[in-house]
Ligand binder design. Structure first.
Ligand SMILES: NC(=O)c1ccc[n+]([C@@H]2O[C@H](COP(=O)([O-])OP(=O)(O)OC[C@H]3O[C@@H](n4cnc5c(N)ncnc54)[C@H](OP(=O)(O)O)[C@@H]3O)[C@@H](O)[C@H]2O)c1
Length: 333
């Protein structure tokens, strides 16, 4: 059987993914020991994967080599299994390929069999997946948020940020978000009911932040200039949980805060955190996130693009800001 997949042909410049990734086709190889075949129903678009495409050796993992299929989280049914614990028909999530069919080593890909009774399987990418774990871990563990504290989240209308502001609220904090544009800010305040939102694409971001008041925790998805703006407005003994550095991913340089001295002046703690480090806590995190989701207290809007051939435009939204919530590509069953 022929399988379509996105091949990494060149290193992307900025957000020009069309020049870097090519839709290719090849026959499926026979399944090896320990491998499973997944008919992908959904592909998860994750901003962090942009770092895997950049040729740098000091990242948290080596860059993906040229010529191979693009990797990412996938959801789908197992069609064939040479691995213990997986059977045809199982719904699974794994690090697979941007393809119609993923072939993965069950262990190396982190494949897990999912509860098929969850009504909307896309939740396994959002609140019940890596975005949910990251939001909860970053606010509660890295940010050490306590009830009554003021939490600010950047990229707050994206998948991770939307969950982080809601988790902060659920933990009894006053949640604020930073997002690009009035529509996103209105979504955060009017639909999610958070305390306030700062539009970083509007005029006078500093003035907007001053009006908001000081923050105890900054859940940062962006880095760059916004980090400088926030550093000078943190409360004493505040914590900055560094989740991501979106401003750097597409060639914006390296975040190097000009206002770093505020770490000393305000006795701040800055700490990066990374989901694979707390994968072992996944089931416990999922249980709490699932309770909130089923109670309607944690919501996720989905930005869905149909068809493998349209994957690149979906992916670009993460860097141009076209999405509210989780960006997903839905494939034909
Ligand atoms: N540490 C971890 O383990 C972990 C795990 C998952 C995700 N992450 C991080 O979480 C962040 C969000 O990732 P995601 O996959 O959930 O994507 P997402 O938030 O759904 O999409 C990214 C959003 O970021 C905003 N953005 C893009 N470039 C920006 C810039 N230069 N300045 C300000 N905002 C910008 C855009 O919204 P606007 O319209 O508001 O600009 C865009 O919608 C990334 O930094 C990612 O690396 C980290």
């Amino acid at each position: 059987m022929q399988n379509r997949f996105w091949r990494i042909a060149r290193r992307p410049e900025g957000t020009d993914f069309a020049a870097a990734l090519e839709l290719d086709e090849a026959p499926l190889a026979p399944l090896g020991t320990g491998e499973i075949r997944i008919r992908n129903s959904h592909l998860s678009m994750d901003a962090g994967t942009r770092m895997w495409l950049t040729d740098r050796e000091d990242g948290y993992q080596p860059p993906l080599p040229l010529g191979i299929p693009m990797s990412g989280l996938v959801l789908g049914e197992v069609t064939e299994s040479h691995a213990d614990g997986f059977a045809p028909g199982d719904l699974v999530r794994a690090f697979g390929q941007w393809a119609d069919v993923s072939t993965v080593d069950a262990v190396m890909s982190g494949a897990i069999v999912l509860d098929p009774t969850v009504t909307d399987r896309r939740a396994w990418f959002g609140p019940l997946g890596m975005n949910g774990w990251t939001a909860l871990w970053g606010v509660e563990q890295t940010g050490a948020a306590k009830p009554g504290e003021r939490v600010l989240v950047s990229a707050a209308a994206g998948a991770t940020g939307i969950l982080a502001v809601q988790v902060a609220k659920l933990l009894g904090c006053e949640a604020w978000g930073i997002a690009g544009g009035a529509a996103k800010c209105a979504y955060l305040t009017d639909e999610l009911g958070i305390a306030g939102a700062v539009d970083y694409k509007a005029a006078d971001v500093g003035g907007q932040l001053d009006a908001a008041g000081g923050f105890d925790i900054y859940f940062d998805n962006v880095g760059g200039d916004l980090l400088d703006q926030v550093l000078t407005r943190m409360n004493h003994y505040g914590r900055i949980a560094v989740c991501g550095l979106l401003a750097d991913y597409t060639g914006g340089g390296r975040t190097s805060p000009r206002e770093f001295d505020q770490v000393l002046m305000r006795r701040l703690r800055i700490e990066g955190f990374f989901s694979p480090d707390f994968m072992h806590e996944g089931p416990a995190l999922t249980r709490r996130l699932r309770d909130w989701t089923e109670a309607g207290a944690l919501v996720m809007p989905y930005d869905v693009t149909q068809g493998l051939e349209n994957t690149l435009s979906a992916y670009a939204k993460l860097f141009t800001g076209g999405n509210i919530g989780k960006v997903i590509v839905e494939l034909e069953a």
